[in-house]
Each structure stands twice: as C-alpha cells, then as structure tokens.
Design a protein around this ligand. Structure first.
Ligand code: SF4
Length: 229
C-alpha cells in the first residue's frame, strides 16, 4: 500500500498562544522580538507527516512480522494480538524550520525557535492522526514508538523506516548512525487499533518526565506481557 504523504499542513498559531508558550506577557520587553521571530517561523514552517497501512503476516510470543519485516518485541506482540492492520507513521516539524534553527545562536531566541519547532511537530502529529482516523476506519487507536521502552529499543527505528518506504525523500526525515531522527523534532511510531488504549508511559518507570501521558503501572508488565502470564 502506497504511503500517504502530508506536506501541506497549516501552521498558524496565534500570538496569544505563542506568548503563553514562551512564558511572556504581551507587555514584556521581549514580546515584540519574540513575535517577530514567530512570524518568520510561521511564514517558513512546513510541518510534514507520512503514514501507510501495513498488514501483520506472522506473529509469535516475542515478535511480529509486518509486511515481511520482523519486529522483535513482546509488548508489540501482545498489543497487536487482536489486530491485522497497523499504521506506521512519521511526523516532523520539517527541514525548513530545522535549517532555520541552526542559524540562530542567541540562547533566548534559540529557546523560542525550539518551542516553535515543538509546536509545528505537534501540528504534524495531530494532522497525521486526524487523516488516519478519517481515511482508514481504524476506530480508536494507540501508538508505540521505538525507543520508549527497553522492550522495543531505538534501533527498531531502522525496520520502522524500512516499513514506511523512504521517509527521507517523502518528508525529509532521516536516521542518524545512532538511530536518532533528523530533524530531531520528529516522531515515528506504529499506530494500531486499540479499544482499551495503550500508552508507553504505563510501562515506563521514569520519575520525572514532562511528556508523561499516563501513570506508571508497576504491575502491568507482569499482568499482561510476562511470558508466564
Ligand atoms: S514517561 Fe516520558 S520517557 Fe517514559 S514513555 Fe512516557 S513520555 Fe516517554
């Protein structure tokens, strides 16, 4: 199945939202410079995303084969038990913003630009999820991302990218030698139908994380994913 490529995702945050994200009031001395920077970003940002439908061909207790590519992971294997079709995806703030960010050296402006890239990435993730929901009849979905759990490490970015095809050509996201995505403000993963809802964070004991989306459940692994369960 050919990937869906979204390259025309609008990015138009309002000034109020931007100032809130920058922790500035409109009458702060830095507000004007900050909003000028944001206006530049708005004009040039091209957030992007791609995803495709893929099919589970084989599974065993410790791995899943999707369109001929093996993904060794116990958690993935259990989460995909009731599922036949999955949606690998990558979303990014876009190389345009990333290149622009490299030219900014002032620490405060660099913080603002970084915040704007995160906002653009969030826009791309939401556009990708919306498009998947509207065009695939997947129903409620959850996602898993390589590197979030020891069980599905960052090195699994390589087969995930292979499953997607050519993210570098399609949306400008490539993998470094250490399997990090460039632009760094990119997210990749596997979306799958899920009635119960799954968050990596449920299995992640990290105590301080600003991105946490669900409480850590210290017994969930033993309850649901242990091979003896
Ligand atoms: S708690 Fe934080 S580090 Fe752990 S999976 Fe969730 S977002 Fe990732």
């Amino acid at each position: 199945v050919e990937p869906v490529i979204l390259t025309d995702i609008p990015f138009a945050p309002g000034n109020d939202e931007i100032l809130t994200r920058f922790h500035l009031a409109s009458d702060d001395a830095e507000a004007e410079v900050a909003l000028d920077l944001a206006a530049t970003a708005r004009g040039m940002a091209r957030p992007k995303a791609m995803y495709r439908s893929a099919y589970i061909e084989a599974r065993d207790p410790g791995s899943v084969t999707i369109d001929g590519i093996a993904f060794p992971s116990r958690v993935l294997s259990v989460n995909l038990e009731p599922v036949h079709k999955v949606f690998p995806y990558v979303a990014t703030c876009g190389v345009e913003m990333w290149d622009w960010f490299q030219t900014i050296h002032d620490p405060l402006e660099s913080f603002w630009a970084d915040t704007l890239m995160v906002m653009a990435l969030r826009t791309a993730i939401e556009a990708c999820a919306r498009h998947t929901r509207a065009h695939t009849h997947a129903g409620p979905t959850s996602v898993m991302q390589p590197g979030s759990l020891e069980d599905w490490p960052l090195t699994q970015q390589a087969p995930l990218f292979a499953l997607l095809g050519d993210p570098a050509a399609a949306v400008g996201v490539r993998l470094s030698e250490s399997f990090l995505m460039i632009p760094t403000k990119s997210v990749s993963g596997l979306r799958f139908p899920s009635e119960t809802g799954f968050e990596n964070c449920q299995l992640c004991p990290r105590e301080i994380c600003p991105g946490r989306r669900a409480p850590y459940d210290s017994e969930l692994y033993a309850r649901k994913y242990s091979l003896s369960s």
